[in-house]
Design a binder for this molecule. Structure first.
Ligand code: GLU
Length: 446
């Protein structure tokens, strides 16, 4: 098989969110797994809504995720090529000017619906004579341009959806160029795919219906249509469409929430596939395991809790050197291997370690309820002298048990609350060793 060339083609009109990152990732994994190349194409023909900030953000987020590209370009730099392709279609009689206003088109569709007919463009503009067109233009009307579909069936074998067949007679001739001369996405996408030698168009299922027209445009421009793969969309955990929050769940939010790139990629690379969702070591591993045949037909459910669970599993196994600089950003005290090994299992993110810094190295407000006052006073009295060691906890609680008769939770929990000021956290025995005797005693007699 020739090496695949794929492209991820976001519009810089917003930030990358879990939905389009999944598309980027699937493209990347497929290309890398086959030794092919991955192009980042910025679809910025909508010059009003596209911004340099969003474009920079897309590049930053992809880089952060590890989804690096072999080549990148922007559509806004290629208007001359699109104009040349439009000319070619015009010469072939496949791109024709239309003068209807959007109100007129709306009315047309209403009438069609009322008659029980599908609201497909009626192609009236094809009957306009040169004189008619000249007259409309002197009235100040500017044409928009539609591609003339063949009316035949377009067929392809989708790598995810299997055999597909679209009757182009059931579609409106798509508008390729607006009245103001700007391009809709359809034509530039085909022109670029041909020129960049894209072998596989891999994108979300919402683009399936565009494929009918696009395949005809590829052919009209003299290129063979690339292979196509349309993946089911992501839905929320409850099966409904991605909620507003998830739909906009941006990489910047996930990054500042301390979610690791490989946790995101492990989840998005496996959601909706026949493989288990669990942490993978690297993108390379994900790429090795990637296969379009594993992607199911039903929508993939994205659950933020699952993402946090994967992240936690990753964090629990991280060694100290991996997190050293991130701990340093939390506090100089946190740069301590014993501390990290103590707290990591209680962290869902590396940054969660920050909340345990005061417990071990600083001050906390002990929690001591009234009925535990005497018990905690006894604990302070019986706290073994000298350095706190691995044996201290056992000796201390043994003595306390004998003196107070308390055992189990009634014995441990008040100590945890007093020593850490927290309901939950790392094992108290080990925490005691790290915090040291002075700090412990101060909290018991506070
Ligand atoms: N800019 C288009 C989008 O973001 C690209 C679609 C495609 O991959 O062809 O939806």
């Amino acid at each position: 098989m020739t090496k695949p060339v794929v492209r991820f083609a976001p519009s810089p009109t917003g930030s990358l969110h879990v939905g389009n990152v999944r598309t980027a990732l699937i493209n990347w994994l497929f290309a890398r797994g086959q030794g092919g190349s991955f192009i980042l194409r910025i679809d910025d023909t909508d010059t009003e809504r596209s911004t340099a900030e969003y474009e920079d953000g897309i590049r930053r987020d992809l880089t952060w995720l590890g989804l690096t590209w072999d080549k990148t370009f922007k559509q806004s730099e290629r208007f001359a090529e699109y104009a040349a392709a439009a000319d070619k279609l015009r010469e072939a009689g496949l791109l024709y000017p239309c003068y209807e206003t959007s109100d007129e088109l709306d009315r047309q569709r209403k009438v069609q619906r009322a008659k029980g007919r599908p609201p497909i463009y009626n192609r009236d503009a094809l009957d306009l004579s040169d004189t008619d067109k000249a007259k409309l233009e002197t009235e100040g009307r500017k044409p928009h341009w539609r591609f003339k579909l063949s009316g035949n069936r377009v067929e392809w074998t989708d790598l995810v959806r299997g055999p597909q067949s679209i009757a182009t007679s059931s579609l409106s001739d798509p508008v390729l160029i607006r009245a103001d001369g700007s391009y809709l996405y359809t034509l530039p996408s085909c022109v670029d795919d041909i020129e960049a030698g894209v072998t596989h168009v891999v994108r979300g299922e919402d683009h399936v219906t565009n494929s009918g027209a696009q395949i005809e445009i590829f052919e009209a421009l003299g290129g063979a249509a690339p292979a196509m793969a349309h993946t089911p969309l992501l839905v929320g955990a409850d099966g409904s469409g991605l909620s507003k929050r998830l739909g906009s769940l941006g990489m910047d939010t996930l990054r500042s929430d301390g979610i690791e790139p490989i946790a995101i990629c492990s989840l998005l690379g496996k959601l909706g596939t026949s493989d288990n969702v669990e942490i993978r070591d690297s993108l390379v591993q994900l790429a090795d395991e990637f296969d379009f045949g594993k992607i199911g037909r039903s929508p993939a459910r994205f659950d933020e809790t699952e993402l946090l669970g994967l992240n936690a599993a990753l964090v629990h196994a991280m060694d100290f050197e991996t997190v050293r600089t991130r701990l340093a950003a939390l506090s100089p005290d946190a740069v301590n291997e014993a501390f990290w090994l103590l707290v990591r299992e209680n962290c869902q993110t590396v940054e969660d370690a920050g909340k345990f810094v005061p417990v071990v190295f600083g001050d906390v407000t002990p929690i001591i309820i009234d009925e535990d006052q005497d018990f905690i006073a006894a604990a302070a009295r019986l706290l073994p002298e000298g350095e706190m060691t691995a044996d201290t906890w056992g000796t201390w609680t043994g003595a306390l048990k004998t003196e107070t008769g308390r055992k189990g939770r009634g014995l441990f929990m008040p100590l945890r609350h007093a020593l850490t000021g927290m309901e939950r956290g790392p094992g108290v025995a080990d925490t005691l060793v790290l915090m040291g005797r002075d700090r412990a005693l101060k909290r018991l007699i506070s």
